[in-house]
Design a protein around this ligand. Structure first.
Ligand code: FE2
Ligand code: FE2
Length: 356
């Protein structure tokens, strides 16, 4: 290991002290508004456009946001397995219809629907090829990369697979490396481990039980991933009144989704009305699905319309005003769930929405 001089230890300690102030500067200097026309330009040459991503200068640590637009196909697309990844993904269908096969199950979807893909489940989409298909998605790649746990296995690049090539079982498990022992070995192992598992609440805190829980965690997690909800039909969204305005929670662990980082909701503002104002210690990306108006984000005004993207910096005040003639709808992805796990969550409500 390197042997440091006292002043170098001193300097490292000061980096901790200075981090928070510097982070405020990083938040302030990151882009806030992406205009639909700048997104559209890129679709002339490419079908998959990254919009909010730390590699594009956003101070985004947890998730990225991108749009996929595929024209009607001239020949059938050949796909079987698709791909899988150790990142969470929430996809919202904007145009088209079709179905997806996720972890071997078929889900039929149309414009307005949402898919929450279980972590490390193979998924492949089969849009109706006679029409254009547009979807927008948030995925937690930045978080997984920072943690060193991002694995993407894609049928187009089997030479880069990390686990799937090893044996058929490795292709089926949702736990990377989870199939490195056979099902029988795993069962025998679990029976052996059972003797440390206790039956009473008091024993549940014994070191034997606690360690048992740690060892079988991933097996239980695989079950949770398979039990989590996947498809949300747009027509089933339930909007309700909140201090921020009319919201519908789409993907949330409290609604039966096995997400640990991402949450998704939809927001509505009637013509001439304004949302509530708030700020919070989590990342948020808003995609304008319909309408036009402006937002006040911290001390600046941003005029937006359908197709724009707004990225309020972490802990900046934000409030939205609908100045158009139609209902404004936002698709909102946040890292609220991730921040709840850190305990460093803080949501501060300001002015209330002026509608119910
Ligand atoms: Fe994916
Ligand atoms: Fe917010």
């Amino acid at each position: 290991m390197p042997i440091l001089r006292p002043e170098e230890h001193e300097r490292m300690g000061m980096q901790h002290i200075l981090f928070a102030k510097e982070e405020i500067e990083r938040r302030k200097s990151a882009p806030v508004h992406v205009k639909a026309e700048d997104i559209d330009k890129q679709f002339r040459e490419h079908h998959h456009v990254y919009i909010v991503d730390p590699r594009l200068g956003f101070n985004q640590r947890t998730f990225r946001f991108w749009i996929n637009r595929l024209p009607p196909a001239t020949e059938p697309r050949k796909k079987k397995l698709g791909h899988r990844h150790t990142v969470e993904a929430v996809i919202h269908m904007i145009k088209g219809r079709g179905y997806s096969v996720i972890d071997g199950q078929r889900y039929d979807w149309e414009a307005g629907d949402f898919l929450c893909v279980p972590v490390f489940a193979w998924h492949v989409h089969f849009p109706d090829e006679s029409q254009e298909w547009v979807d927008v998605a948030a995925t937690t790649g930045p978080f997984s990369m920072a943690m060193g746990i991002a694995i993407y296995e894609d049928e187009r690049y089997p030479e880069h697979w990390v686990f799937a090539q090893k044996e058929p079982e490795a292709e089926k498990t949702l736990i990377p490396g989870g199939a490195e022992i056979t099902a029988e070995e795993s069962k025998a192992f679990q029976i052996n481990m059972e003797r440390w598992r206790s039956k009473t609440d008091k024993d549940a805190r014994s070191p034997g039980s606690l360690y048992y829980g740690q060892v079988i965690y991933s097996q239980q997690e695989e079950v949770r991933r398979r039990q989590g909800r996947v498809l949300v039909k747009g027509k089933d969204l339930e909007f309700g009144s909140t201090a921020m305005g009319r919201l519908a929670y789409v993907v949330d662990p409290r609604l039966g989704f096995n997400v640990k980082l991402l949450s998704t909701l939809a927001a509505e503002i009637p013509p001439g009305k304004r949302s509530g104002a708030h700020r919070h210690v989590y990342e948020e990306v808003n995609y304008v699905l319909s309408g036009s108006g402006y937002s006040i984000i911290e001390d600046k005004k941003y005029e937006w319309k359908k197709g724009d993207v707004l990225v309020p910096p972490v802990f900046s005040w934000h409030q939205h005003f609908n100045t158009g003639k139609e209902t404004a709808r936002f698709l909102v992805h946040t890292s609220r769930v991730a921040m709840e796990s850190t305990g460093y969550i803080h949501t501060q409500q300001g002015e209330l929405a002026d509608y119910e």
